[in-house]
Design a protein around this ligand. Structure first.
Ligand SMILES: NC(=O)NCCC[C@H](N)C(=O)O
Length: 399
């Protein structure tokens, strides 16, 4: 089966989503900050909103794969089950006694049950067989296995570049275990047999929300709170060596929660157009990293220069257009916080966006972009929009 992504806007064929589940019900006022949510979502409503998102994609002919199904399917394969179980048991804080109890608990679960447990974690009181010093000294609100509520944002733990997948290296402790699941899917699931990994979680920090495929052979990589310069450099080296890219634009972004990834301030809505947070549009710069003519040579580095200038040059177009949302700074800031700039293009000039970003959406439409509105009042409490919540695995070539 073919999987390949060369752009942000080619007609979307297949996407991986994660319908939020029991892991979201783990969020409390005590843990929501460390688990990277800005509130406590109403789980059932979040699921309804997510179903509307998935339905909107399906109604446009997009095949939706669910992460939970892929994980459950992969867990029927003994090698994958062993790998995923061991990734949890290798957690040093468990100690030997608790590790043995957790191992026994996991061994008794069906593939689907184990999939749910790996996503939702195990709370102290749920482990009926818990014993020993570590278990006794744990707070009853602690988790024996931490939940992964940010699985919802499938964009970040894996990103396709051409016909390869980069399983990323997530920077925040609350998210690091996510990539054990994505790596297992791409290594073991029969649907992805033969897929080669271009990046893996043991490498320097790199998150999918920072990676934009501006054009075939041209990537933009945001560096800030999550992706580090060393991660961008490593990705560039690997893509150059494999011929997956010839230019990587490295784009510094503010190390702040509101702008944690490049796709929180800028997403593409056409082959030559982006929607961009107006408050940073003029300030965004890029370093251009280009492949050496000799494949074993050191990449060339130039810049910094304005992002739009560097992007147009790399993409061999006259101008990378910004859809001018024309917003006053306060509205712009409010709508950026609510992921107004985090749109998911399903074709050139067709984008999925949260309905609440009324002004941004109206301006997109004025600029000729069809906006498919979805509700996101609960989904948005994790600070991610339609692009963050989707990992495209197949797009048609953009034109
Ligand atoms: N690409 C994205 O911007 N993803 C959103 C990630 C939100 C998640 N709560 C996080 O802090 O990592």
């Amino acid at each position: 089966m073919e999987h390949r992504v060369d752009s942000e806007v080619g007609i979307l064929g297949t996407v991986v989503l994660h319908r939020p589940g029991a892991e979201l019900a783990r969020l409390t006022p005590r843990n929501n900050d460390s688990l990277l949510f800005d509130g406590i979502p109403w789980v059932q409503r979040a699921q309804e909103e997510h179903d509307i998102f998935a339905g909107a994609l399906r109604s446009r002919g997009v095949e939706v794969l669910y992460l939970a199904d892929l994980i459950a399917e992969v867990l029927t394969i003994p090698a994958a089950r062993t790998e995923l179980t061991e990734s949890v048991l290798s957690e040093v804080r468990l100690g030997d006694t608790l590790r043995a109890a957790v191992a026994e608990h996991l061994a008794g679960l069906s593939p689907a049950g184990l999939a749910t447990t790996l996503m939702a974690g195990v709370a102290h009181d749920e482990l009926k067989t818990g014993s020993g010093l570590v278990y006794a000294l744990m707070d009853q609100h602690d988790f024996v296995i931490d939940p992964l509520p940010n699985l919802l944002f499938t964009r970040d733990s894996a990103v396709w570049i051409g016909d390869r997948v980069a399983v990323t290296s997530l920077a925040m402790p609350a998210r690091r275990r996510e990539t054990t699941l994505t790596a297992a899917i791409y290594r073991h699931h029969p649907r992805f047999a033969g897929t080669e990994l271009v990046y893996d979680p043991a490498l320097e920090y790199l998150e999918g929300g920072d990676v934009l495929a501006l054009a075939p052979g041209v990537l933009a990589v945001g560096v800030g709170e999550r992706t580090r310069p060393a991660g961008a450099e490593r990705l560039a080296r690997r893509c150059f060596a494999l011929g997956l890219a010839h230019t990587v634009l490295v784009v510094p972004i503010a190390q702040e929660r509101a702008t944690m990834h490049l796709d929180t301030v800028c997403t593409m809505v056409d082959v030559d157009a982006v929607v961009m947070y107006p408050n940073v549009a003029d300030a965004l710069t890029a370093w251009t990293v280009s492949a050496a003519s000799d494949p074993t040579g050191e990449p060339r580095i130039s810049g910094p220069e304005p992002f739009l200038t560097a992007a147009a040059k790399a993409m061999h177009i006259d101008t990378l257009r910004i859809i001018d949302t024309g917003l006053d700074p306060v509205t712009a800031e409010r709508e950026q916080w609510d992921d107004g700039n985090n749109t998911l293009a399903i074709a050139p000039r067709v984008a999925v966006a949260y309905e609440r970003n009324v002004e941004t959406n109206a301006q997109l439409e004025r600029a000729g972009i069809e906006v498919i509105r979805i509700p996101g009042s609960e989904l948005g409490s994790g600070r991610g929009g339609p692009r963050c919540m989707s990992c495209p695995v197949l797009r048609a070539p953009a034109r």
